[in-house]
Design a protein around this ligand. Structure first.
Ligand code: SF4
Ligand code: SF4
Length: 327
């Protein structure tokens, strides 16, 4: 028993992250052994797919994700950078990469056979998205943009007059630059459900990750469905924050989400300035951690960002070293 604990504890001491797919029982054993052996983190082996996230928008997630991907590429690693911010993808802009469409993303929507329809209006009554309007016993009018494919109308129709069609809601793109492969997803204008597009990109990551040494997943801001879907394919995550009260508030939200998802994480402060340490420190200390890396607020970094040059800084090198297991 002691031998087993010793073996697990040595694994724990050498590895920082705990992947989301580890079973609960192993987690409990790991935590127990971690406590026994004084390991500060309970982390598991394969840090291959890493999320770059952070509750707040504008903290520099894409800047760090691009810089990290390029740094790993410089080291000769095969890297896939995935821009999972379907509402506002910008990694291709930061890196000056021209994207080529890989596939369209579709969502199912309702379709009518008016020969079977008797205009009873029941479908309109169950559509919570108000995509169907039946007025004065006339045939249903359908607003495809409003339909989220829930299927309530298909189930409710007594005459089996509704079946399925599909509409384009987005696309997934490929590109390459700075020695890095890019996967980028984008929602169609005026479509409301970006999670479908992110889910498609996640499927591609799951299929393709075997071809790469590392996959960097740049998520959207916030803690909503898109972010959860993107983090669901990650072995671990970096939370990028800024030293402001707003940054600290949203950092706490994303740390809480990652803890609930059992995704191991570290915190990186972007636009760091001396004298403002306590803002992020207060949050990360709640999770028994220290700030892992600090990207300074510097004119050089801002100029590189504006000119589409990936940030090169020792803080990014430190993250890459850590991913490579050399820290
Ligand atoms: S529920 Fe079916 S039959 Fe009734 S209006 Fe809708 S499509 Fe027509
Ligand atoms: S599938 Fe759902 S959202 Fe679409 S029309 Fe039918 S009830 Fe409305």
């Amino acid at each position: 028993m002691l031998g087993l604990i010793g073996e697990i504890s040595s694994l724990l001491k050498n590895q920082r992250f705990l992947g989301p797919k580890k079973c609960k029982a192993f987690l409990r054993v790991s935590r127990f052994c971690s406590t026994l052996c004084g390991a500060t983190t309970i982390e598991s082996g394969i840090m291959k797919v890493i999320g770059v996230t952070g509750g707040k928008g504008g903290t520099g997630k894409s800047t760090v994700a691009c810089a990290l991907a390029v740094e790993l590429g410089r080291r000769g690693r095969k890297v896939l950078l995935c821009d999972m911010d379907a509402d506002c993808p910008n990694d291709h802009l930061l890196l000056g990469i021209e994207r080529k469409r890989r596939c369209m993303v579709y969502q199912r929507i309702a379709k009518w056979d008016f020969d079977k329809c008797d205009n009873c209006g029941k479908c309109a009554l169950v559509c919570r998205n108000n995509a169907i309007v039946c007025v004065g016993g006339n045939a249903p009018m359908f607003m495809a943009k409003q339909c989220n494919g829930c299927g309530a109308c298909v189930i409710e129709c007594p005459r089996k007059a509704i079946s399925w069609d599909k509409k384009v809601v987005g696309a997934v793109y490929n590109g390459r630059g700075f020695g890095v492969d890019l996967l980028s997803c984008e929602l169609e204008i005026n479509e409301p459900v970006s999670e479908i597009v992110v889910a498609k990109a996640c499927d591609i990551v799951s299929e393709d990750k075997g071809k790469y040494d590392y996959v960097i997943v740049d998520t959207a801001a916030g803690t909503h469905c898109d972010v959860i879907a993107a983090l669901g394919v990650c072995d671990a995550a970096l939370c990028i924050t800024e030293p402001t009260p707003l940054g600290a508030h949203d950092l706490e939200l994303i740390c809480r989400l990652l803890s609930r998802m059992d995704v191991g994480f570290e915190v990186v402060v972007n636009r760091y300035e001396k004298g403002r340490d306590e803002i992020a420190d207060k949050v990360v200390s709640m999770y028994g951690k220290d700030v892992f890396a600090k990207v300074p607020y510097s004119k050089k970094i801002m100029m590189d960002y504006s000119n589409g040059v990936p940030v090169k800084h020792k803080s990014i090198d430190k993250i890459a070293d850590w991913m490579e297991g050399s820290l």
